[in-house]
Write a protein that binds this ligand. Structure first.
Ligand SMILES: C[S@@+](CC[C@H](N)C(=O)[O-])C[C@H]1O[C@@H](n2cnc3c(N)ncnc32)[C@H](O)[C@@H]1O
Ligand code: SF4
Length: 494
């Protein structure tokens, strides 16, 4: 059975951490420590533009500028204008400290869609205690000025105790924000991080968030939403479910190239300088940890904290995750040639058995279609897994394998094209697969002329990933790219 290429395989929203620098070191915030190791490696403007280009090509339409404190970058307005030039929505998160009238006018002119200003309490002393002395005054002034300037402003609040709800402070807070002129309130439940993991606060109401939210007065139901993808309070209460944004909608890029499921989940599934965004996003969505909870926030889950957060430290703030659902066949061949060498069948079957059944997919790297024992390999794959296979063109000549794959959940066939390959032969083969309604993604060596690839797009491939070294490596200065992928899709100018 062929699966749709849409759905959770494509991210729609991405947080980009623009800097790890910040004027504050808030009590609850792990971002500064999380990135402390990488503070020196901020993206250059050119890199950010390249990232935005890539995200735009894979269909991302919502960018959340995150940090640290993004307003500490002198090119912030230029970044926002660039995002807007790609017709994406852009929100900016800020502590409000730098938001003078002039800064806000510049932000408005740059086209920012929503400004999230952190306001953790309606009582000045409480907010400043969390953050820095004077922060309350500057943040509240900025919120009022947004109203005057017609900038859409939401406050971000991270209530730091259950008492904030039980004693009714949440309702006082909401009233205060309405009076200030905020258009909405974005409520974030605190998560544990490397810095605050030993404090005795923060995990209140884990798993019972909806009960706590019931303490909010009904008059504010349409004024508040829960962080993640705008999930209105009314909807959360109706569904009795608080959903985690890392499932399917959002991923985060830290300023050192690491790609995380969400800013609060310190797991890196890859480095975008070495792998493509789509591939990394797919690894995130397929991983058992991300799929563990059907609802609620993974970062607030006790299992996650015990098994992952407890292993991080100031010196090792991000855990690098290896995807263990990859089966390596080895051996080289292409376009109908017989495979000369490769891993022994017994080794391959051991690899398949070792894949955690909670993975969503199994990914076969190497040329299954050219092996004599392909049938045994396939029969050893549990039917519950979605399958992704790679092919250097041999799949075109193995119709028996294709029909057997049809009985499995076949997510996609990746066709790998190298410099010197016969493109016409590949085109005929790819077109035949597309006629069978299979989802085909091309991975192509950069030296192949891009104009010669447009015909594959017309034939209906899902997308083309081109591994391009030379074009970007001078541009991306300090980023030390090993490969840079970019995507060709219909309608994109070369
Ligand atoms: C990390 S800050 C970056 C933007 C900006 N510096 C600010 O303070 O708004 C983004 C949001 O994350 C929130 N945040 C920080 N630490 C958190 C934690 N442990 N749990 C939940 N939210 C947190 C902040 O309060 C803020 O609303
Ligand atoms: S919450 Fe924002 S202002 Fe506070 S330390 Fe974190 S990044 Fe800085």
């Amino acid at each position: 059975m062929t699966l749709s290429s849409q759905g959770y395989h494509y991210p729609s929203a991405v947080c980009i951490s623009l800097t790890g620098k910040c004027q504050c070191d808030c009590l609850h915030c792990g971002v500064k420590n999380l990135h402390a190791k990488y503070l020196q490696t901020e993206y250059t403007l050119l890199t950010i533009k390249w990232v935005i280009d890539q995200l735009s090509l894979i269909g991302v339409h919502f960018i959340d500028l995150f940090g640290g404190e993004p307003t500490l970058r002198s090119d912030l307005c230029e970044i926002i204008s660039y995002i807007k030039s790609k017709n994406m929505l852009v929100v900016l998160e800020s502590n409000g400290i730098n938001l003078t009238y002039k800064y806000l006018v510049d932000l408005k002119n740059s086209g920012v869609d929503i400004l999230f200003i952190s306001l953790d309490d309606y009582r000045e002393a409480h907010h400043d205690l969390m953050r820095i002395s004077g922060a309350f005054e500057l943040a509240t002034k900025a919120i009022s000025m947004c109203k005057e300037l017609g900038i859409v402003c939401h406050t971000s609040v991270v209530p730091n105790s259950l008492d904030f709800f039980v004693s009714g402070h949440i309702n006082n807070y909401l009233k205060y924000c309405q009076e200030l002129g905020a258009q909405k309130v974005r409520l974030i439940f605190p998560v544990i991080n490397e810095k605050n993991q030993n404090n005795d606060c923060n995990l209140y109401a884990s798993g019972n968030e909806v009960d706590v939210l019931k303490l909010i007065e009904e008059q504010y139901y349409d004024f508040v939403y829960i962080d993640g993808f705008p999930s209105s309070l009314r909807q959360v209460l109706n569904d009795n479910q608080y959903s985690c944004p890392s499932k399917g909608t959002i991923f985060t890029i830290s300023q050192d190239g690491q790609v995380l499921p969400c800013p609060y989940i310190p797991l890196s599934f890859g480095d975008f300088r070495k792998a493509s965004f789509l591939d990394i996003f797919e690894s995130i969505q397929d991983h058992p940890m991300i799929n563990r909870l059907k609802k609620n926030c993974i970062a607030r889950d006790e299992y996650f904290i015990a098994n992952y957060v407890s292993n991080i430290s100031k010196d090792n703030p991000i855990i690098k995750i290896n995807s263990e659902n990859k089966i390596f066949l080895e051996g080289q061949t292409h376009l109908g040639k017989r495979l000369q060498q490769g891993n022994a069948l017994s080794i391959i079957i051991e690899q398949i058995k070792a894949v955690d059944s909670k993975y969503r997919s199994i990914f076969i790297l190497g040329e299954l279609a050219a092996r004599n024992d392909w049938r045994v390999i396939i029969e050893n794959i549990p039917k519950a897994f979605e399958i992704i296979i790679n092919s250097r063109g041999n799949i075109f000549y193995n119709s028996e394998l294709l029909s057997i794959l049809n009985k499995y959940l076949l997510r996609r066939i990746n066709i790998i094209i190298h410099n010197g390959d016969n493109l016409a032969e590949f085109l005929i083969g790819v077109s035949l697969l597309i006629e069978k309604n299979l989802v085909i993604r091309l991975y192509v060596e950069s030296s192949i002329n891009k104009n010669d690839l447009l015909i594959f797009i017309d034939a209906g491939v899902e997308c083309v990933e081109i591994f391009e070294k030379d074009r970007y490596e001078n541009v991306l200065q300090n980023m030390d790219f090993k490969v840079a992928t970019f995507y060709l899709k219909k309608g994109i100018n070369l």
